[in-house]
Design a protein around this ligand. Structure first.
Ligand SMILES: [Zn+2]
Length: 178
């Protein structure tokens, strides 16, 4: 079946769950609708919009669940960048809890620190400037918690782009951080 023509929406995203209800990924709502129409997934929650094709209209999917279980490798990694680090750290500076404005390498790159999940935190401009190329304890800064790699790739994707309300119950099922 060819994709139905888009109505007034179609740029939104949908959460895809495994048959076990485990979050798998985020796709366009148009792609999610195609899964439903192909009976490869069932519609659990619809968004506000509709897709129109000729004389029929389909609700725009927000959450779909695959009909058959898909095995997922557990070692998928998440890119370390401003967007994903801010998402992991709740957009708060990990030194003072102020609004995050930049990312900080705990062990500065100039001193051999890696651009890796366990060495990068969200920081406000003030703390970042104060720290420069020194270690936190050298300038009296204390990390609120040790940075770790996030385990839930989907959670991170969702949070970095803003999760819809009807996704939250599914995303909360698992612990967020490894
Ligand atoms: Zn700060």
């Amino acid at each position: 079946m060819s994709p139905p023509a888009t109505g007034r929406t179609g740029t939104n995203r949908a959460l895809v769950l495994n048959a076990t209800f485990e979050p798998l990924g985020i796709v366009s709502s148009r792609r999610a609708l195609l899964l439903v129409l192909a009976t490869r997934a069932e519609l659990l929650h619809a968004a506000e919009g509709v897709f129109r094709a000729e004389k029929v209209a389909f609700p725009e999917p927000s959450v779909v669940r695959l009909s058959r279980y898909v095995r997922v490798p557990h070692n998928r990694t998440v890119a370390v960048n401003r967007r994903t680090v801010f998402a992991r750290d709740g957009h708060r500076c990990q030194y003072c809890d102020g609004a995050a404005e930049s990312i900080d390498h705990v062990v500065p790159r100039s001193r051999g620190g890696l651009h890796a999940w366990d060495n990068v935190v969200a920081a406000c401009r003030r703390c970042n400037t104060r720290k420069e190329d020194r270690l936190p304890h050298e300038v009296g800064l204390v990390l609120r918690s040790a940075p770790v790699a996030p385990r839930q790739r989907v959670w991170l994707l969702a949070m970095s782009g803003g999760a819809r309300d009807d996704w939250v119950p599914y995303l909360e099922e698992k612990s967020l951080i490894a």
